[in-house]
Design a protein around this ligand. Structure first.
Ligand SMILES: NC(=O)C1=CN([C@@H]2O[C@H](COP(=O)(O)OP(=O)(O)OC[C@H]3O[C@@H](n4cnc5c(N)ncnc54)[C@H](O)[C@@H]3O)[C@@H](O)[C@H]2O)[C@H](O)CC1
Length: 210
């Protein structure tokens, strides 16, 4: 599930990788990339061409029946919102807005107990605020999170089963300027596993059989 910002572009790249690895992804594009951001828009246009050339279907609307999604897909990649999510804007969205619908679909998929499909979020679970995380407690709790460059402040509350850091591309000059905590990569590894603490509640016990 891809949003209309850079997080969504990462989702499209993920689909391309999955296809090359022999999986059969489908992209649900919540909205086209914003044309007023020319660099990103160019990337989006190129990625769209690539994924179509790989025969990856791009849907612009989701099936209304969640069970159809879970029956046909074994894993959901959440690339709807990353750090560009604006929680105030979200609160003002009309009920039938497509972003709201996408976030609700993720929530429903996250709640499914029988035939559960894990959600992997890119950089930040959609609906979480970069600094204050799952601020109202009603957004998704994905099984896996891949933080890009460094975990964001808000994900201290991430209690999913797997947490990785990826995206080793922060120049040291920026690191020194902003004092970003980037965990150390081992040799040529592209991922760093971060220990997570699965909070033992009835819900997580059911989810992860802890
Ligand atoms: N930029 C970098 O150097 C890096 C970015 N990374 C990845 O990029 C995202 C952040 O990308 P950005 O485009 O800034 O934001 P998002 O993708 O999160 O989405 C913004 C998108 O959604 C719209 N929007 C925001 N809030 C709402 C709302 N409440 N309702 C409706 N629409 C909303 C907004 O207008 C935009 O169109 C980051 O998380 C990474 O995945 C990497 O970190 C590498 C470096």
């Amino acid at each position: 599930m891809c949003g209309s910002g850079t997080n969504g572009l990462y989702g499209m790249v993920t689909a391309r990788h999955l296809k090359l690895m022999g999986y059969d992804p489908t992209i649900f594009l919540v909205n086209e990339y914003n044309a007023s951001r020319p660099d990103g828009f160019k990337l989006f246009t190129q990625l769209k061409k690539q994924v179509l050339a790989f025969n990856i279907p791009i849907l612009s609307s989701l099936p209304s029946n969640i069970s159809h999604i879970t029956a046909t897909h074994s894993l959901i990649v959440d690339a709807v919102f990353g750090v560009g999510y604006d929680r105030f804007k979200y609160a003002a969205l009309p009920r039938n807005n497509k972003y709201r619908y996408a976030v609700n679909v993720l929530r429903q998929i996250n709640k499914v107990k029988v035939g559960r499909r894990p959600i992997v979020s890119i950089d930040l679970p959609s609906g979480w605020d970069t600094n204050i995380g799952n601020y109202e407690g009603h957004h998704i709790n994905p099984e896996m999170l891949v933080s890009l460059i460094a975990p964001k402040l808000g994900v201290v509350e991430f209690f999913g089963k797997y947490h990785y850091v990826a995206g080793n591309y922060l120049p040291s000059i920026l690191n020194e300027k902003y004092q970003v905590y980037v965990p150390r990569y081992n040799g040529s590894d592209c991922l760093i596993p971060i220990e997570t603490q699965v909070e033992e509640t009835t819900e997580t016990a059911e989810m992860y059989h802890v």
